[in-house]
Design a binder for this molecule. Sequence first.
Ligand SMILES: *Cc1c(COP(=O)(O)O)cnc(C)c1O
Ligand code: SF4
Length: 441
Amino acid sequence: MFEVTQKTPYQPITRTTYSSLPQIQQLDPELREHIEVVSTVFPFRTNAYIVDHLIDWEKVPDDPIYQLTFPQRGMLSDDDYETIAGLIRRGAKAELQAAADAIRLRHNPHPAGQLTHNVPKLDGRPLPGLQHKYAETVLFFPSRGQTCHAYCSYCFRWAQFVGIQDLKFAAKEADDLVRYLTAHHEVTDVLFTGGDPMIMKTEALRTYVEPLLSPELSHVQSIRIGTKALAYWPQRFVTDDDADDLLRLFEQIIRSGRHVAIMAHYSHPRELAQPIAQRAVSRLRDIGCEIRMQAPIIRHVNDNARAWATLWRQGVRLGMIPYYMFVSRDTGPKNYFEVPLAESYSIFRKAYAQVSGLARTVRGPVMSATPGKVLINGVATVGGQRVFVLTFLQGRDPAWVKRPFFAHYDPDATWLFDLKPAFGAPEQFFDPDASYTHVWR
Ligand SMILES: *Cc1c(COP(=O)(O)O)cnc(C)c1O
Ligand code: SF4
């Protein structure tokens, strides 16, 4: 792996182009088949920075960044895998399409009703590009920020990428956002999310951001940007044509008396190793942006304490603030990537125990569930019963926040609705019908 110094424009590598990569041509034929078959069903996108600088090809397929960005055999059941592989071998194009669609629908990560949860209204009209669940923070999904510099293999947002139109949160216009915020003085934070808003050119981002800086919106004190670009394409902040303009735009927000919070999605310490990745962080820090680190815990990627402790330590060294470790839930290929709550907690605790207080700003493992953001505080034995000790960090009802409640310990549970209330904890906290689109960032 050599250092990235030259300027390279961003170019995605997709299922129609990956086979020409030298690293792929040297790959075991079996692994090449896995990519071909699984990418028929799940979207696949990577880029030259990830392929040349983040993946350690000697360690493939176990390499964590390879697991994170390339389609994996285990993402499909044996039956589904054989069906797709068979259709590819027979060259049955139309049937292949239908079979892939059917598998995708079965993995549909958006159960009924999810897209209508928390969508706010303005004059009785729903605003589909916004979500407003917790009073202080509005999520904004700019329509031009609904893709990413690479796709995480576990990501549920693939529904947005494979063109299922009605599954798309898309903001029609920045106008709606401004009008909504004008009517909602309780909102202090606007969180740009996606996809990845940093996929947008600075000019596009500016059309959304500038209207938020008006004196009428002085209650909006923080602009948050949820992004994976610091990990997947740090060039966005360093060498891209409009990287400098982007920093000017962030400075403009700061000069208006507001905070720029970059909610950076980092999955593994490898993502911080390259000089250009560190340079991206320092450029943002130099102009006064704070960077908070967050990611879900994912099997085969970061399901060990060492990865997290190193990530948080390196992050603090670079001036970032560890923020959340999430529990993954709304992933498409769930079984392959999930980590039980008990194990996630144990990994979190081991990692937390080996970092300084400056990194103990991190909270986790956290489930972003229907009733709120639920933190697994610990496992305890109370009156002879083994229980999970839980609290809300954010609650649908703010009165729930910071009050401990309990669930029977279950080493296999992977989500809140797998748990049974203990000591009379309210049933509604564990509602199995409840579902909510997870927001990592
Ligand atoms: C996580 C989340 C937020 C932000 O929560 P913070 O704890 O303030 O970072 C806002 N809205 C939704 C729907 C969320 O899931
Ligand atoms: S997890 Fe985030 S960065 Fe990864 S593919 Fe999904 S939206 Fe993009």
